[in-house]
Write a protein that binds this ligand. Structure first.
Ligand SMILES: Nc1ncnc2c1ncn2[C@@H]1O[C@H](COP(=O)(O)OP(=O)(O)OP(=O)(O)O)[C@@H](O)[C@H]1O
Ligand SMILES: [Zn+2]
Length: 730
């Protein structure tokens, strides 16, 4: 929920994307003339359905004070970008729509999102239901008409007033929403003296609304269950050395917190005393205990197991990794997925179209074909009920939200419904090697002195250069010594190595490419390099301007999970390719070990980018990587994955999909989830449309009745929602 429009938008604070478009043209191009725009978050309790969104959009369409609207229907939060002084006007406009807006302040913790909505009174609904059934019985027993009429009117009054009110507001706005359609249909039925039917339609419709609200609540609660992982109190050390339980919100960075065995960790931090094993499952989805001792990071929401320890808080409660995860999930829910946009667009045409049809059905047959008015007006009213796109519209967001939440539970952070929807189309997955397929912590295996120069300790020079770099290959060499020589003019050479001067002499430490380009390579050396590389090792050398002095080989180890992950991907019919900056021999050796389809070595950043473009011609491409040399390729890929996002903010922020730990098997899991999501979306949409089409046909042929149509609509809504919620258990 942190991305406010000012961050996304241009300097003047206009939101550039996710806007409704209105008001933008008016003042988008002249930032100097426009009063400063600010964003406000409003919590609107009644706003949990696309109907309300439509109303609000319409109401603000011609208000130049408002430049952007961003709806999060699941959280019921509307983010408005507007002129600084216009907030009262905005609140008033919303009030005129029959809704109540409250200023929503992002409090210091994720719990803030927990604004509980009071539920529609079920008791009234039951009462109305009884009255409606009474009307039905009265008619069936052919009692006096006034009994059925009285009971029906009672039922409509008990549960239908809200619908009438909302319908009226929408008509006043010049649009016809579901509430308006229902009101017209019920009123029509009353005028036609279809008493029990009118009552039943109103009761069932209200029931459907109520159930829909409940199921959205369920989707909402699923995310909240992540928040509830964090305890409310933490045991913090006081100045005098004693321990005191205080609310996590009040704990400052740098304070020391004590954790007992079996306790949930309350904040992010670094262990300063003690040791234990921690179940990080709540964040990574992987409930294997992880050993933790002094210096290791611990995370809020994870569970301490056997030992006890003390840790120094590294982030305020609202900035913890878990809090960021929740924000990402909430943001992702707020954004519309492609299918949702499509469905919404369809609904915007569908409803007026059926409406027109219904008018035609009411008027044309009686006028032109000499049909009975009563009969055809009744059919038209049934069509009005069918015009309600509820089941269709609700099915997609429920499915997507459930999918996003299930993913978060597995330690997969998806940045938007788009990626969840697109994931099933991936036909290629590109992976880099270091840190993705391998552990990224190579160890030194060979050290060869090629040329000894008088008075020069070549190994020490190499170690000193290596110590200045945090590249894993350099680090492997740097780890072998503790004391270093001073290095001047140090520089990293992208995809090749490093250079620097020691005691006034310039040296280079790097791979074959670097040596070759500097003209210090020889056929003898190449033979030596090739031999080592064919064993899957990575070779780098130290050279001065004329000769190669030292040769090192390092070897990385495969992650246990890599092979299984690649195999799972192949089973899902996703082809794999390794793109690595390392040499082609090593690339091929590693590729064979994990059974990857293709491997490309010696890849500079632009080569990786070109490779992605190449595979993109064959379909959607995903890319997993880290580091700067992957950035362009990751950005170009249809879905960019980052691994080990638990400790790093940037990975969460920049990737499309962030895997909280570095287990590659999460990618096939993600693709599986994406396929399940896609399947459910297709099922739900066909179901909703199929039922509509069926009743459309039946009605025109004269077999449809109004309450059957409502029942079908309610049934369809329930079915698709229940179907969507199934994803939560994925
Ligand atoms: N700072 C450095 N120190 C030592 N060697 C380096 C350094 N930078 C690059 N190299 C050499 O260049 C090669 C390519 O480096 P690059 O950073 O492009 O890829 P990588 O990170 O090793 O592999 P991947 O692309 O799979 O992540 C490395 O394998 C290494 O041999
Ligand atoms: Zn060479």
């Amino acid at each position: 929920m942190k991305n406010n429009a000012a961050e996304r938008g241009c300097a003047c604070g206009h939101a550039q994307e996710k806007t409704c478009g209105q008001g933008e043209e008016a003042n988008g191009n002249s930032p100097l003339l426009v009063p400063a725009h600010i964003t406000s978050k409003l919590y609107i309790e009644q706003m949990d359905c696309p109907t309300e969104e439509g109303l609000i959009r319409k109401a603000f369409a011609h208000k130049s004070e408002v430049s952007a609207l961003d709806f999060n229907l699941i959280q019921r939060i509307l983010t408005v970008t507007h002129e600084a002084e216009s907030l009262p006007l905005i609140m008033q406009t919303i009030e005129e729509l029959g809704m109540k807006a409250q200023l929503f302040v992002d409090q210091a913790e994720p719990q803030a999102a927990q604004v509980t909505a009071p539920q529609k009174s079920l008791r009234l609904l039951v009462l109305a239901g009884i009255a409606a059934i009474g009307a039905e019985i009265a008619e069936w027993m052919s009692g006096p008409e006034y009994i059925a009429a009285g009971l029906a009117l009672l039922a409509v009054m008990i549960c239908g007033l809200g619908t009438y009110r909302k319908g009226w507001i929408s008509v006043r706005q010049g649009s016809l929403n579901i509430n308006a359609l229902m009101s017209i249909a019920v009123t029509g039925a009353l005028i036609l003296r279809q008493w029990p039917e009118a009552a039943m339609v109103m009761v069932l419709f209200t029931l459907a609304e109520w159930l829909e609200a409940k199921s959205l609540d369920r989707a909402r609660n699923a995310i909240r269950s992540l928040v509830q992982l964090v305890p409310e109190l933490a045991t913090v050390r006081q100045q005098d050395g004693s321990w005191l339980e205080i609310p996590v919100r009040q704990v400052q960075i740098g304070e020391v917190v004590r954790v007992k065995p079996g306790e949930r960790i309350a904040l992010d931090g670094e262990i300063v005393a003690g040791q234990s094993t921690v179940d990080q499952g709540p964040i990574t989805g992987e409930s294997l205990p992880v050993d933790k001792s002094v210096g290791d990071q611990v995370y809020a929401g994870t569970i301490n197991q056997s030992g006890s320890f003390e840790f120094k808080v590294s982030a305020a409660a609202a900035q913890s990794t878990l809090a960021r995860i929740i924000r990402v999930v909430e943001d992702a829910q707020g954004a519309r997925s492609p299918t949702q946009r499509l469905v919404d667009r369809f609904a915007r045409i569908y409803t007026p179209a059926v409406l027109m049809l219904s008018i035609a059905v009411a008027v044309i047959p009686p006028l032109v074909l000499g049909g009975g008015w009563y009969e055809w007006v009744y059919r038209a009213l049934v069509l009005l009920v069918i015009a309600c796109p509820c089941a269709l519209v609700i099915s997609t967001p429920v499915t997507i939200v459930s999918g996003l939440t299930a993913a978060a539970r597995h330690g997969i952070l998806i940045k938007g419904g788009v990626y969840l929807e697109e994931g099933h189309k991936l036909s290629w997955l590109a992976l880099d090697k270091t840190g993705t397929i391998t552990h990224g912590k190579p160890a030194l295996t060979d050290t060869v002195s090629l040329l000894a120069l008088d008075g020069i300790d070549a190994n020490l020079i190499a170690v000193s250069l290596a110590a200045r770099s945090d590249h894993p290959v350099s680090q492997a060499i740097a780890r072998t010594a503790v004391s270093h020589l001073p290095v001047n003019e140090f520089a990293a050479i992208l995809g090749r190595g490093v250079s620097g001067t020691v005691n006034g002499v310039t040296y280079q430490l790097g791979n074959h490419r670097l040596m070759h380009e500097s003209g210090v390579c020889s056929p003898g050396l190449e033979a030596q390099i090739n031999a080592l590389e064919k064993q899957g090792k990575t070779v780098i050398m130290l050279a001065n301007s004329a000769q190669v002095l030292m040769l090192y080989a390092v070897a990385d180890t495969l992650k246990d999970s890599s092979r299984a992950a690649i195999e799972a991907l192949h089973q899902l019919k996703v082809k794999t390719v390794m793109l690595t900056g390392d040499n082609a021999h090593t690339a091929a050796a590693i590729a064979t070990q994990v059974n990857i389809n293709e491997a490309r070595g010696n890849q500079l950043p632009e080569d990786k980018l070109r490779a992605i473009e190449h595979y993109a011609q064959q379909g959607k491409v995903g890319m997993v990587g880290d580091g700067i040399n992957d950035a362009p390729a990751l950005a170009r890929a249809d879905i960019g994955f980052a691994m080990g996002a638990m400790g790093t903010d940037t990975a969460i922020e920049t990737a499309d999909v962030a895997l909280m730990d570095d287990d590659l098997r999460k990618i096939p899991l993600f693709i599986g989830l994406s396929r399940a999501t896609h399947k459910l979306l297709v099922q739900n949409i066909s179901l909703a449309l199929g039922i509509k089409a069926l009743f459309l046909g039946l009605t025109i042929l004269g077999y449809g009745s109004m309450w059957m149509a409502v029942l079908a609509d309610v049934g369809a809504s329930l079915l698709v929602v229940a179907n969507g919620l199934r994803l939560l258990r994925y």
